[in-house]
Design a protein around this ligand. Structure first.
Ligand code: EPU
Length: 335
């Protein structure tokens, strides 16, 4: 395992931010990870695909890139196949691999940037499916006591873009592998309107996991910027949840409000709509901007500093709060 000093991170984060890590190493086995994390004084941070992080400053510590690979079937019963993947596997390639095996459950989550290890971390979700719906268990190394711990679905405390690894166990574990419970018989989820529209446009008559995956790929490619071309980390903010009373008042003031009911008599708002209404869609200052096709996505057109993207996010947040009285929460990890 090679350790490098003062490493430029531009190619290690999808925002394309030019930060520097004091020390940088990649690990492809748990032994290598144990070795590099032994008796370290400086802070340590595990990096996956770098697709949900904004570096606002240089990182004065050890940045450890997870390159643990491998995909295998570990168990099978009448209905399900349990597939285990190394945390360093690329997410979309893993999804395509499972679709190739005719295993259902991940097709709605096609083309999400990042690695397998990040999927339980923030309970990734798109087009009506979240990882918690197919998650079986994961293995993680406790960075301090160095034990390997298995977490099942309940242990992870999954919520909307949340898990125990973003909260109480933040920076305490390195996820090593994740096992998903995939269905032999597909249960198609086309509840998200845009999928049906796209399937019709594609003239799909026989619904399949392959067709749903392609529909999702088409929708994502048409709305979301490709990080290989324009730096970004997907949705920068979460869609906020508000009470029924607040919804009723807001809806009266803004009849076009985009919202849908969720559990406990609450309502989820489309943050992209709120941001667009504040006039930010397509905004650009220097190389920092708000994507022209999806206002929830902040972008780096080339050489924006992390602090410039962060400042823009604060302006967006302030204006949404001022206009709608709703406080947005950042979804991207700020470092
Ligand atoms: N909208 C606007 N203007 C915009 C963007 C959105 O008016 O600029 C409104 C539209 O009415 C649209 C609605 O918001 O119908 C929802 O937009 P979209 O379908 O693009 O979904 P989203 O709520 O903005 C969420 C996830 C995405 C995920 C999509 C599809 C969050 C924070 N984001 O976005 O996840 O792909 O749904 O399920 O929940 C990500 O997490 O990085 C991500 C891209």
């Amino acid at each position: 395992m090679q350790v490098s000093e003062n490493v430029l991170l531009k190619s290690y984060n999808t925002f394309g931010i030019d930060a520097v890590a004091r020390y940088f190493a990649s690990f492809s086995t748990v032994e290598e990870l144990r070795e590099v994390t032994e008796q370290q004084q400086l802070p340590q941070m595990i990096l996956g695909g770098g697709s949900n992080i904004l570096f606002t400053q240089d990182f004065n510590g050890w940045l450890l890139k997870n390159e643990i690979k491998g995909i295998s079937v570990v168990k099978e019963d009448n209905d399900y196949v349990y597939v285990k993947a190394g945390a360093g596997e690329n997410w979309h390639q893993f999804v395509q691999h499972c679709i190739g095996l005719n295993l259902a459950g991940l097709e709605n989550l096609s083309l999400i940037p990042g690695n397998v290890g990040a999927s339980p971390m923030q309970n990734i979700g798109a087009y009506g499916v979240e990882i918690k719906d197919v998650f079986h268990e994961l293995e993680a190394l406790h960075l301090k006591d160095r034990s390997i711990v298995t977490f099942n679905n309940t242990d992870c405390h999954f919520g909307y873009r949340e898990s125990v690894f973003k909260k109480e166990y933040r920076q305490q574990f390195a996820i090593l592998s994740v096992t998903y419970r995939l269905s032999k018989q597909p249960h198609f989820n086309t509840s998200y309107g845009a999928i049906n529209e796209e399937l019709q446009r594609m003239n799909v008559s026989d619904l399949s996991i392959q067709a749903i995956s392609q529909a999702v790929i088409n929708i994502r490619s048409s709305k979301l910027p490709d990080p290989a071309k324009i730096g970004n980390a997907g949705s920068f903010f979460k869609n906020p949840t508000i009470s029924k009373e607040q919804y009723t008042a807001l809806h009266a003031a803004f009849p076009q409000l985009v919202a849908y009911p969720v559990a406990d008599e609450q309502f989820k708002l489309a943050a992209g709509w709120l941001i667009e209404q504040c006039g930010w869609k397509g905004y650009r200052k220097g190389d920092a901007g708000v994507h022209a096709k999806q206002a929830l996505v902040l972008v780096n057109y080339g050489h924006a500093k992390g602090s410039e993207i962060y400042d823009l996010s604060q302006q967006v947040l302030d204006s949404v709060e001022e206009k709608f009285g709703v406080l947005l929460e950042r979804e991207v990890n700020i470092c």
